[in-house]
Design a protein around this ligand. Sequence first.
Ligand SMILES: Nc1ncnc2c1ncn2[C@@H]1O[C@H](COP(=O)(O)OP(=O)(O)O)[C@@H](O)[C@H]1O
Ligand SMILES: [Mg+2]
Length: 382
Amino acid sequence: MPSENAAPTLDVDQILADPGVRIVVCCGAGGVGKTTTAAALALRAAERHGRRTVVLTIDPARRLAQSLGLTELDNTPRQVKGIDVEDSGGELHAMMLDMKRTFDDVVLQHTDPTKAAEIFGNPFYQAMSSTFAGTQEYMAMEKLGQLHARGEWDLIVVDTPPSRSALDFLDAPARLSRFLDGRMLRLLLAPARTGGRSMFSLVTASFGMFSRVVQKVIGTQLLTDLSGFVAALDSMFGGFRQRAEQTYRILQARETAFLLVAAPESDAVREAAYFAGRLREEKMPLAGLVLNRVHRPAVSALDATASRAAAERLASVGGHERTVEVLRAHAALAEQAVREQQVAARFTEAFPQVPAVAVLAQPADVHDVDGLRTIGAAMSRS
Ligand SMILES: Nc1ncnc2c1ncn2[C@@H]1O[C@H](COP(=O)(O)OP(=O)(O)O)[C@@H](O)[C@H]1O
Ligand SMILES: [Mg+2]
């Protein structure tokens, strides 16, 4: 980050060591390193700070899941073995969100077995519970609520879904409330963010005026299924909505710390800034920005211009080829570092009070415990 307008430095140890912090939510655009960051924070909380920690991951890369001992979606936290918690006395548990099963559990909890069976058998439920845009966000919230309610953990670290819009996660409770408020049809049936034209949208568009025509075209069975589904869900609206609102309030509480994860790229930083604004509006506590996968040249004394000039001068006199290559590579890396700092500065200018930390791009993907430790250390000062 440029020194002229440097943001305060984020030290995740302050967050992870604080017993008052019970939930850390990692959010940001897709592909920036949210899942990696969440896992690294949880590992550090257990190893360094002796906290009984659970990390809720969503769609972790397969090799990362494997190194956390997560071999299947089972929707239950499993203790991670082989980590260094002897001194600290902490524990790390990890799980992958199974959105369909979470949805099923919610239905089972809020209705009787007969109605539940009716809902499960309904084609609309089957489609919605596994593919409806936004279901993953709702179910991540639901799972967070469940983990929190069990009161078994000192710290819950939450990864967020790889939605195109990072806001989906934040919108989930409000959308769920609206959804359950009777306007669900429109939401349920809209093709939403998936962009695809679903059968659902066809039904909705025609539900009122043209329902007779639709019945002819797509058959009565479909409409019977739909109204059966609506009636069945109706019976459990109350509890469902209440839970979502409860979770929303937990996100606003002091016990929660949001961490934004961004890559030093325009899109990701723009999304992070927008998200920071939203968190402020929603009165949700933003603890800091993790700028992940940044590049730094090994030597800072030689800037890009000087290095490039030296390379070209040496090349023009037929100088040592390998040296020319090294100078050019150094220049390219130094230029990239400057570009990244300029992009990051846009966030810092807009949110100068938000602490930030840069994590270097590692030479390879981060998929094991050692790699997670490195990332965790990069986010802290000790
Ligand atoms: N600092 C880093 N250096 C190198 N690779 C990284 C770094 N952070 C994340 N990765 C890799 O980038 C990919 C995407 O990271 P991931 O955490 O799955 O992103 P997200 O959850 O935001 O979609 C993964 O393969 C991960 O190993
Ligand atoms: Mg992810």
